[in-house]
Design a protein around this ligand. Structure first.
Ligand code: BES
Ligand code: MN
Ligand code: ZN
Length: 481
């Protein structure tokens, strides 16, 4: 899908040929004397069009435009959120087999965040998963033209959003693929493919190399499966070697059965999404390849399955992590932290400016924050607040949770340095406290995306979050490192 931004007002828009035209009309709309403006003004006056987001008026081949379908859509105060709500509804209403070229017109000058929200909403509303369908219904929409009178002012935001869409769609693609089509090996191949893009390189380690590194914790999770593990090291080099990189660590459990501490059957299929953190790292690298910022970024992905077998790790087993700390695995379903801890130790070698891990880590985080905000933890104030701000700016929201030392009480073990679970209470926080033990040597943040990485129910599928948040954070770092 191809996006373009044009500096057109309603006059110019009325003569642009397209299959569908969506005009975004805010509360503050003040029409000029052109035909399309007069039409909108009349529609508002007669109350046939309300300007609240989600309210629409559909027209067929009106004289005032060069499109078969025209939708006047209210966008309320024109904020990012309201533009998103309006466009998700409007695009769904004009979807048809003939829908190849779409024009989205801001009827009043567009704010930067509204432009970004528009690009992302159109992409979200038209995304189609096809990989494992025998008769794929691919996305029909080929061209999206956004118009705003202040187009030059918002060009940079537009470009950023287009790059984020490419990243989000790569993340969705891999997260959506079933576990038998997204094995650790396949995931590593996807990373290797990214290395064909400029400034990106990739190294993939297998079980032997991982054993040599002493990643006993990661190995313990992988040992129950026939699928060999992979440890992916991606690098984006946009700045001088001397510049410390930001390291992103993505949980890559390609299927989480729970292991011997097996999960209940209901909705277990959704555990194919347990590599959404890894998929978001792939997505960020895709976006970076398009934006080419002057920064260095490393992506680490520990990828394996969490299964049960005669070789699987058992509750009570004690393993030695790469850091040297021993871990008593009381619950094999708390496997995410076991693969992440070794990846965090590995991250030390990059002398990073910051390390951010991204993981579908705990059901408890989903209970705490639902599907709206990801959980954010950080040991460094500046990093935590920058990530929070990036979430607000990109509308890929998160919320900070605490890391008080008292929360680590429950992780004490009589048989190892630390246990991999504490009690039920504060489960998202105790998981973060476990990870913190392996992240003492650099500024660190942890994003728990258990509630935000995918949607359940009828529209089941990956969201591509938090690619938007991470790209925003990384671009804001440019020049400040
Ligand atoms: N991948 C799950 C977390 C998860 C569960 C994400 C449901 C999204 C939806 C993780 O590996 C897990 O199983 N965590 C356990 C931890 C517990 C055993 C301490 C959980 O949350 O139940
Ligand atoms: Mn688990
Ligand atoms: Zn898991």
């Amino acid at each position: 899908m191809n996006f373009e931004l044009k500096p057109l007002g309603l006059v110019g828009v009325s003569s642009e040929k397209c299959d569908a035209l969506i005009v975004l009309v805010p509360h503050t709309f003040k029409g000029a004397k052109d035909d399309l403006s007069v039409l909108i003004t009349q529609a508002i006056k007669s109350t046939d069009l309300e300007t609240k987001p989600g309210k629409m008026l559909a027209l067929y081949r009106p004289m005032q435009a060069n499109a078969a379908r025209v939708v006047l859509a209210g966008v309320g105060d024109g904020s990012a959120r309201q533009v998103r709500t309006a466009l998700l509804a409007a695009v769904a209403s004009v979807k048809s087999p003939a829908f190849k070229k779409l024009l989205v017109c801001f009827a009043a000058p567009a704010r930067e965040e509204a432009i970004r929200a528009a690009v992302l909403a159109v992409a979200d509303a038209t995304y189609a998963y096809t990989h494992t369908k025998s008769k794929p219904e691919a996305r029909i929409l080929q061209k999206v033209v956004l118009t705003a009178t202040n187009a030059t002012e918002v060009q940079a935001s537009f470009d950023r959003a287009v790059a984020v869409v490419a990243g989000v769609e790569l993340a969705k693609e891999w997260a959506n693929r079933p576990a038998n089509h997204a094995t650790p090996v396949a995931l590593a191949q996807a990373a290797e493919k990214l290395a064909q893009l400029p400034k990106i390189s990739c190294e993939v380690l297998g079980p032997k190399e991982v054993a040599k590194l002493g990643m006993g914790s990661f190995l313990a999770v992988a040992q129950g499966s026939e699928q060999p593990l992979r440890f992916v090291v991606l690098r984006y080099s946009g700045a001088a070697k001397s510049q410390a990189p930001t390291v992103l660590v993505g949980k890559g459990i390609t299927f989480d059965s729970g292991g011997i501490s097996i999960k209940p059957a209901a909705e277990m299929d959704e555990m194919k999404f347990d590599m959404s953190g890894a998929a978001s790292v792939l997505g960020v690298f895709r976006s970076l390849s398009l934006l080419k910022p002057a920064i260095n970024v490393v992506g680490l992905i520990p990828a394996c399955e969490n299964l049960l077998s005669g070789r699987a790790v058992k509750p009570g087993d004690v393993v030695t992590s790469m850091s040297g700390q021993t871990i008593e695995i009381l619950n094999t379903d708390a496997e995410g932290r076991l693969v992440l801890c070794d990846a965090l130790t590995y991250a030390e070698r990059f002398k990073p400016a910051a390390v951010i891990d991204i993981a579908t880590l705990t059901g408890a985080c989903m209970v705490a924050l639902g599907a709206v905000r990801s959980g954010l933890f950080s040991t460094q104030e500046a990093l935590g607040s920058a990530l929070f701000a990036a979430g607000e700016a990109s509308q890929d929201l998160c919320w900070r949770l605490p890391l008080d030392e008292d929360y680590a009480e429950g992780l004490k073990s009589g048989f190892a340095d630390v246990a991999n679970v504490a009690g039920r209470a504060g489960g998202a926080i105790t998981a973060a406290k476990f990870l913190q033990r392996f992240a003492e040597k650099f500024p660190w943040a942890h994003l728990d995306i258990a509630g935000t990485a995918w949607k359940s129910g009828a529209g089941k599928g990956a969201t591509g979050r938090p690619v938007g948040l991470l790209v925003e954070y990384l671009l804001e770092r440019t020049g400040t490192q």
